[in-house]
Ligand binder design. Structure first.
Ligand code: TYD
Length: 141
């Protein structure tokens, strides 16, 4: 992977996750380094997002994430400072891999959405870039 100051939106990608299909209900199981390209150090989920709210609005210096609409749907706007791309997540067996150094915003949450995030590192505020001007400096723009 490119150093996080140089990553681009096209380094992020949607991957299909395994689905164990059963008429009585499906299962998706994710194994470190098998079904996703990093070791999971942290799992968190966003829920009870009021209609019209947006989340994110930051970038990470080192953190890799897999973002999944475990239930419901939302859009992720990816931005590398030069190019933007919007990805819709609306199936629990698809996930968006977000590489470090990408500004992201999560918008248009449907009612009852659960946004599941698998993360490569524990929470650390020092890994965040929360100011867009600082982000463009970080990307040498
Ligand atoms: P933040 O990542 O900014 O939320 P979002 O991107 O969804 O808008 O986190 C919001 C707050 O929650 C922030 O003050 C830190 C806290 N937080 C933790 O303590 N641990 C975590 O793992 C996460 C993701 C957030």
């Amino acid at each position: 992977m490119a150093e996080s100051g140089k990553t681009e939106v096209n380094d992020c990608r949607v991957i299909e996750l395994p689905k164990i299909h059963n008429p009585a209900g499906n299962i998706t199981a994710l194994n470190n380094l098998v079904d996703l390209p990093f070791n999971v150090e942290r799992v968190y989920y966003l829920y009870d997002v009021p209609s019209g709210e947006s989340r994110g609005g930051h970038a990470h210096k080192e953190l890799q994430q897999l973002i999944v609409a475990a239930s419901g749907s939302f859009e992720v706007i990816l931005d590398d400072g030069r190019e933007k791309k919007t990805v819709t997540l609306n199936w629990p067996n698809y996930g968006l891999l977000v590489v470090p150094g990408i500004w992201r915003e999560l918008v248009n949450f449907s009612s009852g959405t659960i946004c599941l995030v698998l993360a490569s590192l524990r929470y650390s505020e020092s890994d965040y870039i929360r100011d867009y001007n600082r982000f463009t400096e970080f990307k040498n723009i």
